[in-house]
Design a protein around this ligand. Sequence first.
Ligand code: AMP
Length: 143
Amino acid sequence: MSLTGQYDDTNIFAKIIAGDAPAIKLFDDEHAVAIMDIFPQSPGHCLVIPKEPARNLLDLSDGAAAQAISRVKALAKAVETGLDPDGIVVTQFNGAPAGQTVFHIHFHIIPRWDAIPLGRHGGGQADMEELNAQAEKIRAALG
Ligand code: AMP
């Protein structure tokens, strides 16, 4: 799949934005939806998914990028407040060789603890009860 190819609206994040696939949502507004990553690299791993149909950051409009980064910051702050990690990684992959697996633009927010090693990207599916408990804390911090 090339970096500059056509946007394919059958991807899983397009379905989540449309409400046609399930997700543990943290917020859902005019510009973006935030969800728990179900194959987390660390407890509390979550995603900000801009609603604009763009494959990656290179395709995203400047306006949508600005809206997205303010939400990434707000969610990172809520993760800090809600989960009290020792650090937070923010990542975003463009193209399969860079590690992208879902071809709708999204940003990863990955809390890190000194004692917990980072899991494999796209590793095992998380326990849904644990994900819901983490989501509740993050939502409470979002206010
Ligand atoms: P990327 O490799 O940057 O494209 O990241 C895609 C991310 O989406 C990975 O971290 C996956 O674990 C995550 N993911 C894939 N399908 C779902 C889903 N249905 N719900 C939540 N997260 C998902």
